[in-house]
Design a protein around this ligand. Structure first.
Ligand SMILES: [Zn+2]
Length: 261
């Protein structure tokens, strides 16, 4: 029996927030989905995906039934969910927020940016999925706004972790994408012309800039600087492989008295 190979953010770990960014290692899927595929929207065996998901949540000390995912439509809707939503996939949402202890929020990706937020003071967490459309629409800003409006979070208290995703080294985009990105005044910091009438876009840097715009402190934002395309042994990459699995980013509010793994 293999164990899921998970990555953690030092800032969330230090705060005792149960969380992980999964890799493709340590699961039961085979072929192009080998081995820790957590995505249901791909052509993998659903039973095997369920087994992989259980293994990840159990490794984190979370109850597999207490799990909510987002439908992920490449928008910027961030939904507040609670224990009553366990087992559901939230339609129309690319981000999830909860204050219910032990309820695992999960978003899935294979190149897009997985972004986790936690407010240790207000005891609320968020998981966001940011592809280029969600990034252009400002989903990171929207996630912070929901935490501030609905849970009275002070952005200066928030911890953020930006997970493995396709890096600017491999993320070439065209003019229609750049048109949407130019609404952000700092766009030249996150995109570089590559001489082929196209651009290399740094989605992680764009998400980080949005978090700063939303009032987060730079030292509370951790970026796992790993390109999914660059590491076929460690990560799925849609742009590299097309037919492939999905990693997950998972986060939960700690239940009283428990310690994060
Ligand atoms: Zn790369």
């Amino acid at each position: 029996m293999t164990r899921p190979h998970l990555l953690f953010a030092g800032n969330l770990r230090a705060a005792g927030i149960p969380h992980a960014f999964t890799t493709r290692q340590g699961g039961s899927s085979t072929g192009p989905f080998a081995s820790l595929n957590l995505g249901r929207g791909v052509d993998d065996d659903p039973e095997t995906v369920a087994t992989n998901r259980r293994a990840v949540l159990q490794t984190l000390g979370l109850r597999p039934a207490q799990h909510v995912e987002a439908d992920q439509v490449h928008g910027s809707v961030v939904a507040v969910v609670g224990a009553e939503d366990a087992g559901r996939s939230i339609a129309g949402a690319d981000g999830l927020v909860t204050a219910d202890p032990g309820l695992a929020l999960a978003i899935h990706a294979a190149d897009c940016v997985p972004l986790l937020l936690a407010d240790p003071k207000r005891r609320v967490v968020a998981a966001l999925h940011a592809g280029w459309k969600g990034t252009a629409a400002g989903i990171a800003v929207e996630g912070v706004r929901i935490l501030a409006d609905r849970f009275k979070s002070n952005p200066r208290d928030l911890l953020a972790a930006i997970g493995p995703s396709i890096g600017p080294c491999h993320y070439e985009v065209d003019e229609p994408v750049m048109e949407r990105m130019r609404r952000w005044r700092w766009w030249p910091e996150v995109a570089a012309a590559n001489g082929r009438q196209r651009w290399q876009l740094d989605l992680r840097a764009a998400c980080r800039r949005q978090l700063l715009d939303a009032g987060l402190l730079p030292r509370r934002i951790e970026v796992l600087d790993l390109c999914t395309y660059d590491h076929p042994d460690l990560f799925y990459s849609y742009r590299r492989d097309r037919v492939t699995g999905r990693m997950a980013a998972v986060v939960a509010v700690p239940t009283a008295g428990r310690r994060a793994p």
